[in-house]
Design a protein around this ligand. Structure first.
Ligand code: SF4
Length: 338
């Protein structure tokens, strides 16, 4: 049995200007076997050249429809899967170059909050066992220290210490998500990837969980990659937003530009579909035609061209637009933006 090591505290901050997470030209293709009557292998283009950076303490909101590659990107950052090509850096260290023990140590710094608080908690374990599990996996602290850390962390997410003796089914959806957040928080990580953390919750509870995430960030200086399909939710919490479509980033934008109209036609369509608080306002909705094309065969040229309400002609169908900085801190990939 390996000896337990001391309880985790946040490590030193990275050097100024060094992103906590940086992804460079990341590609992830999955083999989907051979098609019926065909000898050639089909390939799912889940990510096709994604680059982004997350600075310490900031929240990057990652938005897009289902199947656009958001969760695949999260899995590559956590190195739960090996990318097809590209690099992932954490505090300047290349994650793909780490050996097993270095990777395990690095994983203490990055944790996940999952979408579904009903299926992500083991129903046979008590809340205390669930929340303490990461400490046990990493061999941290003795029994008493782990108990204290569990109590402290449950309090941070607004749960009483008695909660640790109960089972997940005894809690509401919002409380279960608090348990999921406590489990992510107990190792005192620097990065939390929140993968659609409120989409399975009642609307009345969603705001409470968002506020809790915000409070924890202010208190602990956490960095969030916040994945969602709802732009209005992401705007509430994020310092920057990146919009994904079919494995590519279409637009990325800093908080200073949130109030300004989006540059990319896809973001324009997503925003027009978001609910507006003012009943007098009559926003013009842009209805996207058809479904997202299959990642087995992304359209040539701009991969949004089959649904774009601003399509210009052959250039859109033939040439893939690069993600370019159109104005300071504001990037978009569209031929309209010269
Ligand atoms: Fe639409 Fe063309 Fe811009 Fe693509 S490049 S978003 S098809 S206008």
């Amino acid at each position: 049995m390996c000896a337990a090591t001391s309880m985790p505290e946040p490590l030193a901050a990275p050097a100024p200007g060094v992103p906590l997470v940086e992804v460079r030209d990341l590609v992830k293709h999955y083999s989907a076997g051979t098609g019926f009557g065909s000898k050639s292998k089909t390939v799912v283009h889940a990510l096709d050249g994604v680059s982004l950076a997350l600075m310490p303490g900031e929240t990057l909101g990652l938005v897009g429809e289902s199947g656009c590659g958001k969760s695949t990107l999260a899995r590559q950052i956590l190195r739960l899967e090996e990318p097809t090509s590209g690099r992932v850096f954490f505090e300047g260290r290349d994650l793909l170059s780490l050996d097993k023990s270095e990777l395990k140590a690095m994983r203490r710094e990055m944790q996940v909050v999952f979408q579904d608080p009903y299926s992500s908690l083991n129903p046979r374990h008590t809340v205390g066992q669930i929340v303490a599990e990461p400490l046990i996996i990493h061999g941290l602290g003795n029994h008493r220290e782990r108990e204290e850390r569990v109590d402290e962390t449950l309090a941070e997410v607004g749960l009483r210490p008695e909660a640790k003796l109960r089972f997940p089914h005894e809690f509401s959806g919002g409380q279960r998500q608090r348990i999921g957040i406590a489990r992510a928080l107990i190792l005192r990580p620097k990065l939390i990837i929140a993968d659609e953390p409120i989409s399975a919750l009642d609307v009345s509870i969603q705001g409470q969980v968002l506020n809790l995430l915000k409070e924890l960030q202010d208190k602990r200086g956490l960095t969030y990659l916040f994945i969602a399909h709802d732009l209005s939710v992401v705007r509430y919490l994020s310092d920057r937003i990146a919009v994904m479509y079919l494995g590519r980033i279409m637009e990325s934008n800093g908080i200073k530009n949130f109030a300004r109209p989006p540059l990319h036609p896809y973001t324009e369509a997503l925003l027009s579909a978001a609910p507006v608080a003012n009943p007098e306002a009559k926003p013009q909705r842009i209805v996207l035609a058809g479904d997202v094309p299959s990642p087995l065969a992304p359209p040539p040229g701009c991969r949004f061209h089959t649904r774009c309400h601003r399509i210009m002609g052959d250039i859109c169908k033939e040439q893939e637009p690069e993600l370019r900085e159109i104005e300071p801190g504001h990037f978009a990939a569209c031929h309209l933006l010269k």
